[in-house]
Write a protein that binds this ligand. Structure first.
Ligand code: AGP
Length: 609
């Protein structure tokens, strides 16, 4: 996700800004820019690509500016380009602003501002912000920022400077992190501490709704229009720990980011009243969809496992046949694809070679291709007919976690959207699913808070074994496959996912004393059969950890350990049931001293066939 940096003090601003941007490179970005105030004049430099490109453009012409802001952009709205790169400015280039987050109501604001004569240069959501500041600016940047924050919906961390107030930076934070570092007569701003640690360890972590007014005379923080006091924290992390937000590994940080990511996937799409899903961004028309006679989902690895969930829910709600294929297999078949196929390719990176090759097969055969991607303007995103962005922010750990759960959210929203357009489900049932979906971020938060320690202890038990089975039926079987992959790829324990009903056709021969089995039993309609499968395993001495939806006494009484998921509609449990499996894999790998973020032999994006 985007990185923000700011400085106000006696030093030359540009070197501080550039160092701060470099320190936040790991967050992932596609362009970068800085703005400084020098003798009442705004200087802005922008470059697409790496920060080194920006550095080259500035070419050490640092000038004498000692106030400035900077930004590395992770595109969410508008492709990577100099025009879309931050800082953004108002019509008169009087105000410059950098922003991390998403302004959900930007179209409505942009329309009003354009009607009032404001001229926009970019197609980003952020650009409405400097124009809102301009609209309400009457000589006081703080007051303008307070008015701007009253108008916007979404989430943000932003910094603004203006020519008329050359020794002032105003900062605002809602849901996205923004930190102020305190030096001797100087102030540093950043999205995360890693960028500030070389300058200061005294930091103020702005809270939601805070607006900070910073000048040479000090910091004043307001919230809801009232002055507030924020404690100064002494940070003793090293730089590496700071990049991970204090987590020991990116994977654990990204597992814990999931509640927020789940909420972000619904922003601007599932309204709070849960009466409608707005996916107009996909431009799927009824007359086109009525011609579709099959849906084909193609992906690799974890993305493929998300596709398995997609198959189950689309077939259940739309009564349309859905094929799900591994991209590496699909491209060597003579697939039964034509213009009546709606193709869905799923890829976190948007660069996986096999999935890209599959996309091209779909295009050659006349199928319309929808991509579910996490990286804006990636190759797959560019070559698809439509793109549905997961907006999960950069996923640094090789083992995919938040990307998977956000892919599920988009598949659910897409399925509900198609069911609405094709009128395959009654609105009352859809609204019930919308309401259940809206609760998932909070449920995920609760699940993490209440079960992490238990799961860590279970992982310690499993970490001493070399084999493990993941079993389930229906949607649980699809999630079991993702759980097995997680355990394999980071703890190197050989794990296998099996359809619970299939065990007796051979594999149960492998079940002996203490073989760990993770049994997913979240589907009400399949519970009785799962219980009998679990009993079969227990009678053969297996060590069984079960995942159930709420308390299920007939399971609790027979297994060695159980994790109770928050009660939600069984259709949606995959979004929650995967989280304990991610944690199980993480902690098993930890106990086995494995290299967690960069497992052996693996790459984050497989760009070779
Ligand atoms: C997931 O944990 C793996 N790292 C891997 O299977 C990954 O999901 C697969 O390579 C697909 O990557 P993509 O989503 O970027 O296309």
């Amino acid at each position: 996700m985007c990185g923000i940096i700011g400085y106000l003090g006696p030093r030359l601003a540009i070197p501080v800004l550039l160092e701060g941007l470099y320190a936040q490179e790991y967050r992932g970005y596609d362009s970068a820019g800085v703005a400084t105030l020098e003798e009442g004049r705004l200087n802005v430099y922008k470059a697409t690509g790496k920060i080194a490109e920006l550095d080259k453009k500035i070419n050490r012409q640092y000038g004498s500016a000692t106030v400035g802001i900077g930004h590395t952009r992770w595109a969410t709205h508008g492709k990577p380009s100099d025009i879309n790169c931050h800082p953004h400015m108002d019509c008169h280039k009087h105000i410059a602003l950098v922003h991390n987050g998403i302004i959900e109501n930007y179209q409505e604001l942009k329309g009003r501002l354009q009607q009032q004569g404001h001229r926009f240069l970019s197609d980003t959501d952020t650009e409405v912000l400097p124009h809102l500041l301009e609209e309400s600016y009457q000589g006081d940047l703080l007051a303008a920022m307070q008015e701007t924050c009253r108008q916007v919906k979404g989430f943000y961390a932003m910094l603004a400077i203006c020519q008329s107030e050359p020794r002032r930076i105003v900062a605002a934070r809602l849901d996205n992190p923004l930190i102020i570092g305190l030096g001797q007569g100087e102030y540093f701003f950043a999205s995360d501490m890693a960028a500030l640690i070389d300058y200061t360890r005294e930091m103020i972590i702005l809270q939601n709704g805070d607006i900070a007014d910073v000048s040479d005379t000090g910091i004043v923080i307001y919230n809801q229009g009232q002055k507030v006091e924020r404690s100064v924290k002494h940070i003793d992390w090293d730089k590496e720990a700071a990049k991970k937000g204090g987590y020991p590994h990116f994977m654990l940080k990204e597992i814990h980011e999931q509640p927020k990511v789940l909420a972000q996937t619904m922003n601007g799409r599932l309204k709070e009243d849960c009466q409608n899903i707005d996916l107009s961004e996909l431009n799927l028309q009824k007359q086109d969809l009525e011609k579709v006679n099959q849906i084909a989902i193609v992906a690799c690895g974890t993305a493929y496992h998300a596709g398995l969930i997609g198959k189950s829910i689309i077939e259940k709600l739309l009564r349309l046949p859905v094929m799900v294929e591994l991209a590496s297999e699909f491209i060597h078949k003579d697939p039964l694809i034509d213009e009546r196929t709606l193709a869905i390719v799923i890829s976190q990176s948007g660069e996986t070679m096999d999935t890209l090759a599959a996309l091209r097969v779909f295009r050659e055969r006349g199928a319309r291709v929808l991509a579910i991607c996490n990286v804006v303007d990636s190759t797959i995103a560019r070559e698809a007919d439509q793109v549905f962005y997961t907006m999960a922010g950069p996923e640094i750990a090789v083992a995919s976690t938040k990307a998977y759960s956000s892919q599920l959210m988009l598949l659910y929203m897409l399925t509900f959207h198609l069911a609405q357009i094709l009128q395959r489900q009654n609105q009352q049932q859809l609204n019930a699913w919308f309401a259940a979906m809206y609760q998932l971020p909070q449920f995920a938060e609760t699940l993490l808070a209440e079960n992490e320690q238990t799961i860590q202890a279970l992982a310690k038990t499993i970490s001493s074994w070399e084999d493990a089975f993941f079993i389930g039926r229906g949607l649980d079987y699809a999630v079991a496959q993702e759980g097995a992959l997680k355990l394999k790829e980071i703890s190197y324990i050989h794990a296998e996912a099996y359809a619970a009903g299939e065990l007796k056709h051979g594999t149960i021969a492998l079940i002996t004393d203490k073989v760990p089995v993770i049994a997913l039993a979240t589907q009400d309609s399949l519970l009785k059969m799962m219980v009998s499968n679990i009993v079969e395993l227990k009678t053969r001495g297996a060590y069984v950890i079960a995942l159930t939806k709420g308390n299920v006494p007939e399971v609790d009484q027979v297994v060695d350990a159980v994790i109770h998921l928050p009660e939600t509609d069984e259709l949606l449990t995959p979004v929650l049931s995967v989280i304990p499996l991610q944690l199980l894999a993480y902690y098993a790998a930890l106990y086995r001293d494995c290299e967690i973020d960069q497992p052996r032999n693996l790459a984050k994006s497989v760009t070779v066939p």
